[in-house]
Ligand binder design. Sequence first.
Ligand code: TYM
Length: 325
Amino acid sequence: KGRVFSGARPTGRQHLGNYLGAIKNYVALQDEYNCVYCIVDVHALTTVETTQNLRQNTIEMALDWLAAGIRPEESIVFIQSHVPEVMELHTYLSMVTPLGKLTDLPTFKEKIRLHPNNVNYGLVGYPVLMSADILLYRASAVPVGVDQAPHIEFARETVRSFNFRYNCDVLVEPQMKITQVPKVIGIDGVQKMSKSLDNHIEIAATAEETQKRVMQMVTDPQRQRRSDPGNPDVCNVFSFHKIFSTPEEVEMVNTECRKAGIGCVDCKKMLAKNLNASLAPFRARRAELEKDTDAVWDVLMDGAKRARVIAEETMTDVRQAIGLP
Ligand code: TYM
């Protein structure tokens, strides 16, 4: 079996973008791979203003992962800072990384746009630490949303630079794995779903909250009145119907919307109902797990122990390849 690695920043409760773009694949890939899933608390430090919520956000995210179907008996689930070898590998990788490549990345430009007053050294090195995450576990595949594509490409190039520079083959080039919905659009109908843009729907939300958020979704902007015909092809609500509704319902919405047979309010109510039905088993499992968060911390501690064994093996090879005395 090959190995899969993925990580996510502890942003607390996960949204449909995280779920459809990444978590769904974390779960599916467990059948074929040995999987390592990491809560990247150190990456979170590059942008958070306060660490006050870090603990709570970590457990909330872990609860979502486990309730979604990550099986910690098989897969390793852990917190990044618990395996400090990653910081060491990050430093070595930084020596084969041209600075200009980091500052040219679209993800870096986006981050400085969002956090213009906090462009720290760690933020520039974000992709190097992310590469260290993946390479430390010599993962062959990395499930992520498409927004992470430049980082995965960067990690692949880093492997080539490192192996070339030290004339070795200790690091492994990872492949990117994307889902059928690699980019989920937020309720604004325009930007990618994200917590920082507050255009998200949490998978662990109550049925009422979910309905409320769905009712706020922006539809076809050309459709001003109920009597106007709509265009499902440009409507984000329709994109979600294609995922959560039956083929018959999708067909019905598709035809009726175009001739103003169904209004946006009814269309959204239908989506909210289907979304809630689809998430109900997940929410029930989460409610069970919430009763014993100590057990979730135990999972994370055990994960770190298992992760560290792999990390130490890689680092022994890495130090030797570099020629450290
Ligand atoms: P993060 O924490 O922003 O997001 C976690 C995962 O969710 C995906 N995602 C989305 N997918 C589709 N549509 C969306 N609207 C959407 N929003 C989020 C992300 O693509 C990601 O897969 N840099 C990473 C964390 C990281 C990492 C790693 C990932 C650190 N080290 C090593 C993979 C391997 C990040 O900030 O993801």
